[in-house]
Design a protein around this ligand. Structure first.
Ligand code: SAM
Length: 337
């Protein structure tokens, strides 16, 4: 599939479903060409969000636990998420990639693409025989699931060693993911994006209008690429803006399992993370800072207090963890942690 062969009618139909809800009509993939057209466009864009999450994990020194020798991409669609994860971490320590989607067409398309990308890797469709689940990948699925399907997925999550979950960065989906987070904090360590394991501060009164989301940069040159520009116009998508929400979790049972304690880097105490984008005004910036259990608050940074940080917050939409130096609600300095 290339840009000339794109099935625009299929993309228009898929877009209508993504925008207005896919309903209860069962799988919406009608042909391999649907999946190939999606993979080149919507799927690739989702891949850019995965790239941002995987860069964040690399910068924190996180890798999947050694016990996670199988990878399950659940709700795989064309399989872009599983491929991105395996490209990032390599397949040397992986015995099997499993793919699940309620669409048989999607399962077989994703398996075919994975075999092409990783010829030495065993790839199969997932059949739940109750075996342990190593690394579970979930991408852009939650708002298509019935309550029963969410429960099925959460039962798989409970058995996983680690979970990488990326979703769109909308208010509604982020709030769904926060509910998942709250349900899992007893059993899982939160690796990212949360800077602390306590109650999500977005659940406190007064924070209802906010949500946990981030922005992934598109690859350089996309905005000048005529194929992407045409796709963006037709799909009504701003190519510069890739909002996403995500969760990276590691099962606490690993700490006491025979495989030994997890060495994964938990966020350091006192770390904060900026949610969404910093807003810049003349001489100051405002950020929504996730700081501590139950605390998400707006803080201000005067440009004169830390001009480098002021510039950095403008330049880089993908914010790392910081430890703030504060004077009340003002940031007066920061260290990256
Ligand atoms: C928007 S696509 C995302 C596909 C892929 N994960 C990605 O990130 O590109 C959502 C996928 O979830 C699948 N899906 C929806 N409901 C499902 C269910 N109940 N069980 C399994 N897969 C489901 C759809 O068939 C579709 O492939």
């Amino acid at each position: 599939m290339n840009w000339q062969q794109l099935d625009w009618a299929a993309l228009d139909r898929l877009r209508a479903g993504f925008l207005h809800g896919v309903g209860d009509d069962g799988p919406y993939w009608h042909s391999e060409s649907d999946l190939a057209s999606y993979d080149l466009t919507y799927g690739e864009r989702i891949g850019w969000k995965w790239d941002a999450v995987l860069r964040e994990l690399a910068s924190r020194g996180w890798r999947p636990p050694a016990s996670a020798r199988t990878v399950l991409d659940w709700g795989c669609g064309s399989g872009v998420a599983g491929r991105r994860v395996l490209e990032a971490f390599g397949v040397e320590d992986i015995d099997l990639l499993q793919l699940w989607d309620h669409s048989p067409l999607a399962r077989s398309f994703a398996a075919q693409r994975a075999r092409e990308a990783f010829p030495s890797l065993a790839v199969s469709e997932f059949a739940d025989t109750g075996q342990p689940i190593g690394l579970l990948i979930v991408s852009h699925v939650i708002n298509e699931l019935s309550p029963d399907a969410v429960q099925t997925l959460l039962a798989l999550v409970a058995r996983a060693d680690a979970v990488l979950w990326v979703e769109p960065g909308t208010h509604a989906v982020s709030r769904q993911l926060i509910a998942v987070r709250e349900a899992l904090t007893d059993a899982f360590n939160l690796i990212a994006p949360c800077p602390h394991p306590g109650m999500c501060g977005l659940l406190t009164a007064g924070n209802e209008r906010h949500w946990c989301h981030f922005f992934a940069p598109p690859p350089a040159g996309v905005q000048n690429d005529s194929d992407w520009v045409r796709f963006g116009q037709r799909a009504g998508i701003d190519l510069r803006s890739l909002p996403y929400s995500y969760l990276v979790l590691e099962n606490k049972r690993l700490a006491t399992s025979a495989a030994g304690p997890t060495s994964s880097p938990l966020p350091p105490t006192g770390a904060s993370r900026i949610l969404g984008r910093a807003e810049h005004f003349k001489g100051f910036a405002r950020v929504l800072s996730c700081d501590a259990p139950g605390v998400v608050e707006e803080l201000e940074l005067q440009k004169r207090a830390d001009a480098d940080l002021f510039k950095q917050l403008k330049k880089d939409a993908n914010h790392p963890l910081y430890r703030w130096e504060r004077a009340d609600r003002r940031i007066v300095g920061a260290t990256r942690v």
